[in-house]
Design a protein around this ligand. Sequence first.
Ligand code: ZN
Length: 377
Amino acid sequence: MKKFFLSTCFIWLICAVAAHPLLAQSGSGKQQGNPYLFNDSHFHLTNYIQEGITVNDLLELMGDKIHRSTLFGIPLQQQWSYRVTEEFAPQYYLDSDAPLYYYSFTDAYIAMQYLSLNETDRARFDPMITGFNPTDMYAAAHIRRVLETFPGVFSGIGEFSIHKEFVSSKISGDVASLTDPALDSIFAFCAEVGLQIILHNDVDDPFPKANTPNYTTELINLFKRHPDASVIWAHCGLGRIVSPPSEYTKFLESLLADPELQHVNFDISWDEVAKYVVHDESSLTNSADLFNKYPDRFLFGTDNVAPATQEKHLHVYELYEPLWAVLTPENSYKIRLGNYERLFDAAAAKVRAWEKENVGKPKKAPAHTPASGIRKH
Ligand SMILES: [Zn+2]
């Protein structure tokens, strides 16, 4: 698949952030009658040890700058193994060789945070389910159980990861895979319910060798197997070390133009992604051209994890100011605000309708479980 990423070293981004006249005002943020700068399609309330800020803290940080926000924790807990780090309490997955494990209580925590708000404030959040193990055929049953326990709360699932640099290999139990039938059952359930999916899957390995396989084909096949699922591919497949392969905008354009992938959208969250986009004039131009050509398919998000101040919370948005300045006002609006509203409003409406039909009612046994009676032995 390296064929996609031909010669020219692509490099997305900028560095000339400095003084763009439009930027100081974030002028494009005022388009279309919405006074807010953005909706946050990618936000973590808690971190890898399940600590963070409260939803009330977040409301303060959002203030009059951020209208709406997704709300999720992190589905993985970094174990504090005394045998490994003794008195040192790791707070991040790179702080220790001890494993990560799936922490399902995050879903109850997020739901209770959301439910602590009044009706007006709730309207600004889209909580997401993350506390499932994507290698487990019972994962979809967990997602269903969360909907049944907390009806009226969740809009989707994620951010959850299949291949993520330095993380996937640290998780206790089976290694996640894009070809796992458990993942198909999750996507199928989300399509049935209308849950928005936010999937993190690096496009390649951290230090890829030329002409070796990466995850592109498996990922595209997964998306194509589930045309009725609404998907956001987090960070456009990039990471801290996973940099854009050559000709990456051309590769993304091939996905955007594919009629079988119209249900797949892309978030440009994370300061690590912003750094590629605004790296230089060429990366900025290539990126802006792509976003201007497919303005309905990209969403801004921060990917912040429990930020302490509003200044920190707005940092990723500000990194992108060179981009906001070169997008048309209409397209900037879509990426910062409009696409979020369209996708998450549609998801929430479908999930509420599914809950009305299904919560508290007898349910059919999920396929491929002992209860379904189709065990092979
Ligand atoms: Zn994230």
